[in-house]
Design a protein. Structure first.
Length: 179
């Protein structure tokens, strides 16, 4: 079978629906998005990342973070592009807009899992196969997710980011002193 979709995207959908590890969804698709900056679906990849990050924030009680991510996702995501990716674009956008509106109007609007309606049977089969290979259960509710998935940003290794920022700061400092 021809691989119509990037493996990163299949992994994103599998994690999204099985592990509910939205931080990992962000990591998977961000890597692909950055490696393909000028392709026609660049904004869509970015919007799907923001969708997952918004869910991550909402589940953790970060209302402002969720609202910000979802507002940006709604700008980047378009039904026709989502449909090119095998999803029901109109349903996704409608649900996302509704979630954003409800959270904006009611700070106590609680988190619920979101399901992306996959219209492409081959894509859904690829996701289910990946879940089976990893021992994941498609549709597992967040309430059954490991606590580390819910607070994943607290345990990630940021040493590369910290080192890159330190190097950049040092280079700027040296540039100022050489002027």
């Amino acid at each position: 079978m021809e691989q119509r979709y990037p493996l990163s995207y299949i992994s994103y959908l599998s994690e999204f629906h099985a592990t509910r590890d939205f931080f990992e969804c962000h990591e998977l698709l961000e890597e692909y998005w950055k490696e393909h900056p000028n392709e026609p679906l660049t904004d869509t990849w970015h919007g799907l990342i923001q969708l997952a990050v918004g869910l991550y924030h909402h589940r953790r009680g970060n209302r402002a973070g969720a609202l910000k991510m979802w507002a940006q996702a709604l700008i980047r995501l378009h039904a026709d592009k989502l449909e090119q990716l095998g999803l029901d674009g109109r349903a996704l956008l409608s649900e996302l807009a509704e979630r954003r509106k409800l959270l904006e109007l009611d700070a106590t609007y609680g988190y619920t899992d979101m399901t992306l309606s996959i219209q492409d049977a081959q894509l859904k089969a690829a996701c289910l196969q990946q879940c089976e290979e990893n021992g994941w259960v498609w549709g597992m509710p967040s309430s059954e997710a490991d606590e580390s998935v819910i607070h994943r940003h607290l345990t990630r290794d940021r040493s590369e980011v910290v080192a890159a920022r330190a190097l950049s700061a040092e280079q700027k400092r040296q540039a100022r002193h050489s002027e």
